[in-house]
Design a protein around this ligand. Structure first.
Ligand code: PHE
Length: 495
């Protein structure tokens, strides 16, 4: 039933009557534990000006568990005294009559108080020295207020009492004292202002220390975060972003312009998505198309070409671009047409491949591509730029391995040592673009173009510790993953 009591209300009534009361007295008067009165004081303090409560403290004495035992059953010495019979008793016998923790101290206290004596003549017999005793220690513990300071000090020395500091409140009426606890308003609303109902209301003070409610902002997908970081790296290195806003590309720009023969297996429907509507592209520039046709079928610029019957219809077939090198080709062609100057281009955007889906392959993914066009650019320069680029991504150990691409010679796969996996992993592909690709565009023979490409998903999966690409992209993505993923984890290092 005490749980249903309204202690703050009862305390208010008490203060109204007494004007001034200490929480200790209040606890006594209300018949509740002091801690509960302290709780009521705290809740009344949150009401503006209801009460004034000043904290105070006093030292009080309280019984230890041993003191409680003495209070209940008598002091050690009294218990020993009572165990000694009229005719006396031997020490070993006496020890059997009192509990082990009482005997020794009891005997020595009783001896020094002159309550008992040791009769050495009879072979060590304990006898009463006086007929009766008064157990003052027990009486003092029954009512500690009777004890003098010296007695208290003595009891403390015997570890029967301890001194504790008791915190309590001196409570009196505050300037807004009232018996009616009205919950103060927490907010001043526009409605209160217009109706005037705010007048006479009390308001809860604002807590400027309070932490704000957690915000629920939007979150960038890990791929977006890594992309933003990559873009920053390219910009730091002086690269310009290429326009990649066309997913549909003609086979001409996607394959022919980059000297990929029309029989190349990548141009199969098994590997590439072809469009049925519109099936063919109109945009390839005719004069340039002628040059591309020549280099494929009969060669030129010191190359034999592939020596096959090049088909314009095949070249006009629309595809979903399979690599962003199609965009690089457009950009390099335009650079040649506009009058060559050194250029550095990059892009990060989607490409599409007719892949068998598995934990590391999707039919669409993002490709990162970098291109450097400069007179006299070299393979060594490409290796330097790639090392620098991946170094900024936090991949310091880089290795190159020869490979082949239709559009580059030499070509190199890029590997990085992955400390977590404990092995070298392929992170990209690169090379020096072939004259068969560059010369038909109208670029000078001294102009060298370097390029490299990689997927955005691979490094993101490594950085975010995701081992199935479907946890990163697609309909099965857990949106919570997007919210919980850290801000940015590229391990960027300035260099
Ligand atoms: N296009 C290549 C790929 O899809 C990447 C690359 C770009 C290679 C430029 C060499 C030069 O893997």
């Amino acid at each position: 039933a005490t749980g249903e009591r309204d202690l703050p209300q009862e305390l208010l009534s008490l203060i109204a009557k007494e004007n001034h009361v200490s929480s200790l007295i209040a606890a006594e008067k209300l018949g509740v534990d002091h801690q509960r009165v302290v709780g009521a004081v705290k809740s009344l303090q949150s009401l503006d000006g209801f009460i004034v409560a000043e904290q105070s403290s006093s030292k009080t004495w309280s019984l230890t568990s041993e003191g409680q035992m003495v209070k209940d059953e008598g002091s050690h010495e009294a218990r020993v005294f009572r165990a000694v019979p009229e005719e006396g008793i031997s020490m070993p016998e006496l020890m059997k009559l009192v509990p082990a923790n009482i005997g020794k101290i009891g005997v020595s206290k009783a001896l020094s108080s002159g309550w008992i004596l040791m009769d050495k003549t009879g072979g060590g017999v304990i006898k009463r020295k006086i007929p009766d005793v008064e157990d003052t220690v027990q009486h003092l513990l029954e009512d500690l207020s009777q004890a003098s300071e010296a007695q208290k000090a003595d009891l403390k020395k015997r570890k029967l009492v301890i001194e504790t500091v008791l915190k309590f409140y001196e409570i009196s009426q505050g300037p807004n004292f009232s018996l009616n606890i009205t919950k103060p308003e927490t907010e001043l609303t526009a409605e209160m202002l217009s109706s005037g109902s705010w007048i006479g209301k009390s308001f809860k003070p604002l807590n400027f220390e309070a932490k704000g409610a957690p915000v629920t902002p939007g979150h960038l997908h890990p791929l977006m975060k890594v992309r933003a970081d990559l873009r920053q790296i390219f910009l730091e290195m002086g690269f310009m972003e290429m326009p990649t806003n066309n997913y549909v590309e003609s086979s001409f720009w996607n394959f022919d312009a980059v000297f990929q023969p029309q029989q190349h297996p990548a141009r199969d429907a098994q590997d590439t998505f072809f469009l049925s509507d519109p099936e063919f592209a109109r945009d390839p520039p005719l004069k340039y198309m002628e040059e591309v046709k020549k280099v494929h079928s009969i060669g030129g610029y010191g190359s034999q070409g592939y020596g096959y019957e090049w088909s314009e219809a095949e070249s006009r077939k629309n595809v979903l671009r399979t690599h962003t090198t199609a965009v690089s080709a457009r950009m390099l062609y335009r650079l040649a047409q506009d009058g060559f100057r050194p250029a550095r281009y990059f892009s990060v955007d989607k490409v599409f491949r007719n892949e068998t889906l598995d934990p590391t392959h999707l039919a669409e993914f993002c490709q990162i591509e970098g291109v450097v066009a400069e007179k006299g650019a070299s393979l060594a320069m490409l290796m330097g730029i790639i090392s620098k680029f991946f170094g900024k991504l936090g991949m310091k150990e880089i290795r190159f391995k020869p490979t082949s691409n239709p559009y580059t010679e030499p070509s190199m796969e890029v590997y990085s040592y992955h400390a977590g996996l404990g092995k070298w992993v392929e992170i990209g592909n690169s090379g020096v673009f072939r004259p068969e690709m560059l010369r038909p565009m109208g670029l000078d023979p001294e102009v060298r173009v370097l390029g490299w490409g990689l997927s955005l998903e691979r490094p993101t999966m490594i950085l975010y510790n995701i081992d199935n690409i479907r946890d990163l992209v697609g309909p099965k993505v857990d949106l919570q993953m997007v919210c919980d993923s850290p801000l940015c984890r590229l391990g960027r290092v300035e260099n």
